[in-house]
Write a protein that binds this ligand. Structure first.
Ligand code: SAH
Ligand code: SF4
Ligand code: F3S
Length: 441
C-alpha cells in the first residue's frame, strides 16, 4: 500500500482549473497564496491533503463538468474523510446554495475575491464548510506575485471583473465590478517575468481594453509594457469591440512589440440580436472597426466569439451571422450554443431555440469557419514570419513549434542551437486550418 505520513506543517494541495485564461491566472495566485502559508503541491488527488477545483460558470456544460468531478471527489472524501475539498471560482460564486445541496461534503467554497483568505478558510473548515463568496471591488491581488509556470509566455491579469452586463453573461455577477491593477504593479511583475526568461506576455481581462488606472488607459499601458527590456511580444485578451479606442489601435500599429493579433468577440451578425444581447454596438460599427484595424495594422489576424441560438434568434438572424463571418473572414473563431444562465438579464426570457436547432446552426457555423480558417492560413503559404519558439512540437520526430506574430502555430524541423525562447524566421510551406508547416528561412 502506498501509505504516507502527512506533514501537518506542509500540507499538500492539488489544484484543478476549469474555464478561461483568467481562471488559469487566478490559480497561479491561489498557488502563491497557499505556498506562502506553507502548502506544497501534490502530484494528484491521491497524495493530496487538500483538493481545490477552480471552476467556470459561463455555460451549463462548464458547470456539468465540475459536478461530474465533484461526484468522483465524493468517493475520495468517503474513503479519506480527512481530505479537505474546496470549490473556488466562478461557479462557487454563481450557485453556492445549489452546490452545497449537491455536494454537502465540501469544506471550502470561495469566490474569486476570497483567495487571500484561503489558508484561513481551509484551516478553519471543520464540521461546517467555510464559505466566503463576498465580492470585493477593491481586491486586485496586486501585491501577490502569482506562481507562473515555466515557458516563454506568461498570462498576466491586468484588470478584473466586468461592468458590461451583456444579457446572456454571468461574468459580471460572478466576477464583480471592473477594476484595474495599478501600472506600477504590472510593470514590476512583468519586469520580474522578463528576468526569468519570459519573452511574451498576454494581458488578461474580461474587457481588458477598458483598462484604466488614473490617467493610464490601455493604449498607454501597452506602451509602458513595451518599454520593459526582455519582453519581445505583447498580446491581450479579451478586448470589447465597444472599447477599442484609437489609442489602442495606435499602440498596435506603432509599437512593434504589440503583436498583430486581435480577438474581437462579435457574438451575432444581427443587429436585432445584438440589441437583445445588450452588446452596445451594431454590425455596421463592428465592421467599421474591423476596417480601421485592418487598414492600420497590416497583416493583423482577427478572431471572434459567436453565440448561436440566443433567445429570439430566427433563421434570418443566423444567416446574417454567417454572412458577416464570410465577409470578415476571421482567422479563427470560438462558437457556442446559447446556454441560459441564472441571474443574467436574459434568464427570464428562457430558451426560444431548440437544442436540436442550436446544434444545427453551430455545426453549420463551425464548417464555415473551418473553410475560412483554412483559406486564411493557405494565404500565408510562401510568406515569411518570425516565430517565437516554444519547444518540441507535440507530433515529435524532431519537429519544433512556436507562434507567428498572428498567434498561428508554426511547425518546423528543429535544428541544432535553436530552442525555446529563440525567434527564428520561417517560410510557410503548407497549411491546415489549425497550423502552418514551415521551414527555416
Ligand atoms: N469578455 C469577453 C468574453 C467572455 S466569455 C467578451 O466580452 O467578449 C467568452 C465567450 O463565451 C463570450 O464571448 C461568449 O461568446 C460566450 N458566452 C458567454 N456567455 C454565454 C452563454 N450564456 N451561452 C453561450 N455562450 C456564452
Ligand atoms: Fe460577459 Fe459581456 Fe462582460 Fe464579456 S463584456 S464578460 S460577454 S458581460
Ligand atoms: Fe468561466 Fe469565470 Fe472565465 S465564468 S469563462 S472562468 S471568468
Amino acid at each position: 500500500m502506498n501509505e504516507r505520513v502527512a506533514n501537518p506543517a506542509h500540507p499538500r494541495v492539488y489544484l484543478e482549473t476549469y474555464g478561461c485564461q483568467m481562471n488559469v491566472a487566478d490559480s497561479q495566485t491561489v498557488s502563491a497564496v497557499l505556498r506562502r502559508a506553507g502548502y506544497v503541491n501534490a502530484d494528484g488527488v491521491e497524495d493530496a491533503d487538500v483538493v481545490l477545483l477552480n471552476t467556470c460558470a459561463i455555460r451549463e456544460h462548464a458547470e456539468e463538468k465540475v459536478l461530474h468531478r465533484l461526484r468522483e471527489l465524493a468517493r475520495l472524501k468517503n474513503s479519506r474523510p480527512e481530505v479537505k475539498i474546496g470549490l473556488l471560482g466562478c461557479m462557487a460564486q454563481h450557485n453556492r446554495v445549489a452546490i452545497m445541496e449537491k455536494a454537502a461534503f465540501l469544506d471550502v467554497v470561495a469566490g474569486p475575491d476570497s483567495y487571500r483568505r484561503l489558508p484561513e478558510m481551509i484551516g478553519s473548515a471543520g464540521f461546517d464548510a467555510s464559505i466566503d463568496v463576498r465580492l470585493d471591488r477593491g481586491e486586485t491581488y496586486a501585491d501577490i506575485t502569482p506562481d507562473y509556470g515555466g515557458g516563454v509566455r506568461a498570462y498576466v491579469t491586468a484588470m478584473r471583473g466586468c461592468d458590461k452586463f451583456c444579457a446572456f453573461c454571468v461574468v459580471p455577477y460572478v466576477r464583480g465590478r471592473e477594476r484595474s491593477i495599478p501600472p506600477a504593479d504590472l510593470m514590476r511583475e512583468i519586469g520580474e517575468l522578463a528576468a526569468r526568461g519570459v519573452k511574451e506576455v498576454v494581458l488578461l481581462g474580461q474587457t481588458v481594453n477598458a483598462y484604466r488606472f488614473g490617467d493610464t488607459d490601455f493604449g498607454a499601458l501597452l506602451g509602458m509594457i513595451a518599454s520593459i527590456d526582455g519582453i519581445e511580444r505583447i498580446r491581450f485578451t479579451s478586448p470589447h469591440p465597444g472599447e477599442m479606442s484609437e489609442s489602442i489601435i495606435d499602440a498596435m500599429a506603432t509599437e512593434p512589440k504589440v503583436q498583430p493579433q486581435l480577438h474581437l468577440p462579435l457574438q451575432s451578425g444581427s443587429d436585432r440580436i445584438l440589441t437583445a444581447m445588450e452588446r452596445g454596438y451594431t454590425v455596421a460599427q463592428y465592421l467599421d472597426l474591423v476596417g480601421r484595424v485592418r487598414a492600420e495594422i497590416p497583416g493583423v489576424a482577427l478572431s471572434t466569439d459567436i453565440i448561436v441560438g440566443f433567445h429570439g434568434e430566427e433563421e434570418s438572424d443566423f444567416e446574417l451571422t454567417t454572412a458577416i463571418m464570410r465577409e470578415v473572414g476571421f482567422d479563427s473563431a470560438f462558437m457556442f450554443k446559447y446556454s441560459v444562465r441564472e441571474h443574467t438579464r436574459a434568464f427570464r426570457l428562457g430558451d426560444s431555440v431548440s437544442e436540436e436547432e442550436k446544434g444545427r446552426r453551430l455545426t453549420a457555423l463551425i464548417a464555415l469557419q473551418e473553410e475560412m480558417s483554412l483559406a486564411r492560413n493557405r494565404a500565408m503559404v510562401g510568406h515569411k514570419f518570425p516565430v517565437l519558439v516554444e519547444g518540441s512540437a507535440r507530433r515529435g520526430g524532431g519537429m519544433m513549434a512556436g507562434k507567428t506574430p498572428q498567434f498561428k502555430t508554426a511547425i518546423f524541423r528543429g535544428v541544432e542551437g535553436i530552442g525555446a525562447g529563440d525567434t527564428v524566421n520561417v517560410r510557410v510551406d503548407s497549411a491546415t486550418g489549425h497550423s502552418l508547416m514551415c521551414s527555416i528561412a
